[in-house]
Design a protein around this ligand. Structure first.
Ligand SMILES: NC(=O)c1ccc[n+]([C@@H]2O[C@H](COP(=O)([O-])OP(=O)(O)OC[C@H]3O[C@@H](n4cnc5c(N)ncnc54)[C@H](OP(=O)(O)O)[C@@H]3O)[C@@H](O)[C@H]2O)c1
Length: 319
């Protein structure tokens, strides 16, 4: 029940689906969780009554069981008839760890990021191949923004090479003030600096798009905002194009195969305008450029929490 767990909680509430949430497990004390569900610096005050109960917490009268077990194998949800477990700690993404959830007999485990050793299936890109997998590795917010854009470009043009820079708000996997961190730059004060660091989305994208192997480079640039992100894709094509052609491709896709996943705006937005947007990516039509007919620069905004949780919601409705 970190940022993603609590954002998904709010989305379930908004969509009148919270009654499907029967149990949560987090290492933070229950009172702390209730407080963080009620008061959220990005999403505002929760529009629901939430109280502590003997077994957990009740939201508008719907009771949710709460446990606080740091080890998956000690979580006892066996008699709760659970269909799906959402593994949202970000810690147990390897097959051997995520598999431990099956001690509670769910039909599915849904991760909230990508895994090193479970095939990544992205909604709107290759999700059909993931629907029957016992553990679903849906990629992270960046992959979910970038992969549908890449798939659409690739459908129309051969891609020669690609650079991705994701300009993104800070997360709990950085330090608030300077401190020790194994990725050194992640240990620098998150709200004080522009912090570039390597991201590991390249191998994930290469697995989704084998024809792009050795053609992708990626970087993440963390900036002092608490939420909201902008992915910049610089793509070298093997065929000529124009800004109008690129836009018309995405306008079509946003009404068809990428409906509710990727869209395009011609408004002069900034990152705070993307908050609470449901899409995985919103292409900024004012910033697209094509140089020499073959070098395309595309920028796509995304709410790394809310947009991503909509994709988790898509998974939950379809598995
Ligand atoms: N934030 C985003 O924008 C975003 C977007 C897409 C995907 N993701 C992915 O989603 C995952 C979670 O990210 P997040 O931003 O939500 O992180 P987060 O806010 O740090 O949430 C992780 C939660 O897991 C809890 N936790 C830690 N160890 C635990 C354990 N052993 N058992 C049970 N709970 C435990 C943490 O508790 P404490 O706080 O008490 O340590 C925290 O509440 C990551 O893999 C991330 O890459 C994040």
């Amino acid at each position: 029940m970190g940022r993603i767990g609590r954002t998904l909680f709010r989305l379930l509430l908004q969509q009148n689906k919270l009654t499907h949430l029967v149990a949560v497990n987090d290492i933070m004390p229950k009172e702390n969780l209730i407080y963080l569900l009620q008061y959220d610096s990005i999403r505002g005050l929760l529009n629901a009554e939430i109280v502590s109960t003997e077994k957990g917490l009740a939201v508008n009268g719907h009771e949710i069981f709460f446990s606080s077990e740091p080890k998956i194998e000690n979580i006892n949800w066996k008699d709760r008839g659970i269909h799906t477990i959402i593994e949202a700690t970000g810690l147990f993404t390897l097959l051997q760890d995520a598999t431990k959830h099956f001690v509670n007999n769910p039909t599915r485990v849904l991760l909230t990021t990508f895994s090193q050793d479970i095939p990544v299936t992205v909604w709107g890109v290759n999700h059909l191949s993931g629907k029957t997998l016992p553990i679903i590795s849906p990629g992270d917010c960046t992959i979910n923004c970038v992969a549908p854009v890449l798939k659409t470009i690739q459908t129309h043009y051969p891609i020669q090479s690609l650079h991705i820079n994701v300009i993104q708000g800070y997360t709990t996997r950085q330090e608030l003030i300077d401190g020790a961190y194994k990725g050194l730059r992640r240990g620098r004060a998150a709200a004080h600096s522009i912090i570039p660091f390597e991201v590991n989305i390249t191998p994930v994208l290469e697995k989704i798009f084998p024809s792009l192997s050795n053609k992708i480079n990626s970087l993440s640039t963390r900036v002092p905002v608490a939420c909201g992100a902008l992915a910049e894709l610089s793509v070298a094509l093997d065929a000529p194009t124009s800004v109008n052609q690129i836009h018309s491709i995405f306008e079509q896709a946003s009404k068809n195969e990428l409906k509710n996943i990727t869209t395009i705006t011609y408004d002069p937005i900034v990152s705070s305008d993307i908050l609470n947007n449901r899409h995985s990516g919103v292409i900024d039509g004012l910033l697209t450029s094509v140089t020499n007919g073959r070098y395309v620069r595309l920028l796509a905004w995304f709410d790394n929490e809310w947009g991503y949780c909509h994709r988790l919601f898509d998974w939950l409705q379809n598995i």
